[in-house]
Ligand binder design. Sequence first.
Ligand SMILES: *Cc1c(COP(=O)(O)O)cnc(C)c1O
Length: 390
Amino acid sequence: MLLLIPGPVQTRPETRAAMAQDIAPWDNDFRPVYAGIRDRVRALAGGREGEHATLPLQGGGHFVMEAALRTFIPEGGKVLVPQNGAYADRAVRLASAAHRQVVALPIPDTRSASAEEVGAALAADPAISHVAMIHNETGSGIVNDVEGIGAAVRAAGRRLILDSVSAFGALPFSLADHPEVDAMLFTSGKCLEGMPGMGFAVARVDRLEAAAGQAGSWCLDLSDIHAHALRAGWGSIRFTPAVQVIAAFAVALDLYAQEGGQPARLARYRENARVLYEGVKSLGLTPYLDWADQGPVIVTVHQPADPDFALQPFVDALKRRGVLISNFWNTHAPSFRVGCIGAVTPDDMRMAVAAIGGALDELGIRDRAASAEVREIEGDPGTQSATKRA
Ligand SMILES: *Cc1c(COP(=O)(O)O)cnc(C)c1O
């Protein structure tokens, strides 16, 4: 089965095989593996030794996102969230539930947030200390302008928490160039092609030290994870971790380096996305994003206007052809989503396009373009009103 979802991703057999062992997390053979992962991912993040530290956290992306929001934003503090997709919605919910004040900046889910919009929102409210932003919005496939928005946050003297969960390892970004970033967040099971189960923050040491005690949680306090490492060593982990996931992640990082690291991985994912995007268009389907806005991680496609189309039967028909995609969607307008990340190649994508065509034929879906009505609803409201005025 070809797993085409944006996490957990299809993995290599060597990575999965590393899980087939019993491991004591505190064992002296395992501690260097764990400490080595911390060093390697800090380097991948462009972090500097002594200035940045890797804080692993059991669980997934939501856990480490909540931990970062709690750790760096004091209770009652204010955070701006550029909101152009499902994962930004989740950041809003996590921050609100942790009693941080959220200022949402609504943006259509078909384009990036802009540096100007973020700069204006920060200028309008000096009480906002942080921006929490999604690097690659996995809901739609949009890549937000981290360089421009990072510069705007820096110029305004505020701080950035970057959810890089579906970007890290594929999209370029260096903490060395971004002193405004308190923490960038990612997980073991996305573009680094490990198994799911561990979250990571690479964070500034000075900010971790300044944040001691404000998380309002022990489990979700990144500064406590840092303090623990200083006390007990970088090979030591608080509480029982998903230790087999960590062992597999070390192998996944080896394979990542062998492939050629970030540039090679991005090139493979981009080609996966291109084959898929052109393939679905050739089948008469309508991609959700313009090609200029299409990121390399996930291709989202409008559900066909044909009244006979329903998502679950389509997913089932695809599965019978050896391709598994999500049976839900995360965009404003109804869509289906196909992941381009994981241990999959452009040839796999060609096979997936053929399977999509076969599934649509089997289900008798002839009217495959998105209905014009749907496209108008999800379009940029700003553009629409400008058009009307003109
Ligand atoms: C997958 C993802 C998450 C959350 O991951 P979980 O491991 O499911 O908690 C957070 N942010 C983004 C952008 C993601 O793609």
